[in-house]
Design a protein around this ligand. Structure first.
Ligand code: GDP
Ligand code: ZN
Length: 304
């Protein structure tokens, strides 16, 4: 009997409201569903099998990656899953921090998420700031990172971003004040604000600030707005993986005398040599050391 036969379809979770979830089907329909108890920890970005008639999430499909953070009880809590790429936003103001940018790059590398650098506020670049900002852009471009320059204040300026967003789950990172919200707000008129639509007329919407939300773009990609990601990117990273996130260190490390060289006090370290003769930028070398220290210290304090 076809009527009683379960019809399951694939959908993406756009928000987890605790007792129920909003999901977006591959056909573009937004549904509210309950989940079986065994699906605890299912978060925005998860792809799931849904019984369309019963409105129940049956199964979570395999994840590419998941962002986690500690909850109040020191346990791991998933925040958002299946992120494809991260736009790391920076600007001439607030003052650029190489350490902060590199921290994001290390964390993204660890999660195998493609970073795309976004220089925002190009309208504010003047004679005083031009050389510095151009040197920063040249450095990261030379390391192979894709970089886009734009201004959220200028109409049309976000055009180069649109094709990159299509069919991808994207997240925006960067220090407070660089213009993430301004960029997202400009992009969102084109997006269906799914969470708000789904929760309209119910109390559910009131909880949305504490959960991750996916915003569907017309081009079928997603934007994720999640404070959890912004704050906890470097959580429980492996300190040995830090060097692997620095392409220039990886390149030089093959010439170090010892294969397991940590580029500290070992003799014949090609990395330290490259720092000394300027082949590796001082700012990058300093951030590399600082990030390693941070990870060791916090491990010691059992934070991660
Ligand atoms: P967020 O903290 O990263 O989300 O940053 P906001 O989007 O809140 O922006 C911080 C401030 O920078 C606001 O006053 C924005 O109006 C301003 N802002 C954002 N983008 C630009 C830009 O491209 N040019 C200029 N001049 N100001 C911008
Ligand atoms: Zn070395």
């Amino acid at each position: 009997m076809t009527d009683s036969k379960q019809r399951s379809i694939v959908a993406t979770v756009t928000a987890n409201f605790g007792e129920n979830f909003s999901v977006l089907t591959e056909q573009g329909d937004s549904l509210r569903c309950f989940a079986r108890k065994s699906l605890e920890g299912t978060v925005a970005g998860d792809r799931v099998l849904v019984d369309e008639q019963q409105r129940v999430i049956l199964k979570r499909l395999k994840r590419d990656n998941v962002f986690e953070r500690p909850n109040d009880f020191g346990k791991v809590k998933s925040v958002v899953a299946n992120i494809d790429q991260a736009f790391v936003v920076f600007a001439s103001e607030p003052e650029f921090s190489c350490l902060l940018l590199d921290r994001y790059l290390v964390a993204l590398h660890q999660k195998k998420i493609q970073p795309i650098l976004l220089l925002n506020k190009t309208d504010l670049i003047d004679e005083d700031s031009r050389d510095t900002i151009e040197a920063i852009c040249a450095l990261y471009e030379s390391l192979g990172y894709p970089l886009i320059k734009l201004s959220a204040k200028t109409e049309q300026s976000l055009k180069p971003l649109q094709p990159l967003l299509a069919e991808k789950n994207s997240v925006f990172l960067g220090q407070s004040g660089v213009g993430k919200s301004s960029i997202i707000n400009q992009l969102l008129p084109e997006a269906k604000q799914l969470v708000n639509t789904v929760s309209e007329g119910s109390k559910l919407g009131q909880h949305t600030t504490t959960t991750s939300q996916l915003f569907a773009l017309e081009s079928s990609g997603f934007l994720v707005d999640s404070p959890g990601i912004r704050d906890f990117l470097l959580w429980h990273i492996n300190d040995l993986a830090v060097a692997e996130a620095y392409p220039e260190i990886v390149e030089q490390a093959q010439f170090c005398r010892f294969r397991n060289c940590r580029h500290q006090n070992e003799p014949n370290c090609a990395v330290k040599q490259a720092v000394e003769n300027g082949e590796i930028a001082t700012s990058r070398w300093e951030s590399f050391q600082k990030i390693q220290q941070e990870i060791q210290t916090s491990k010691h304090n059992k934070l991660w």
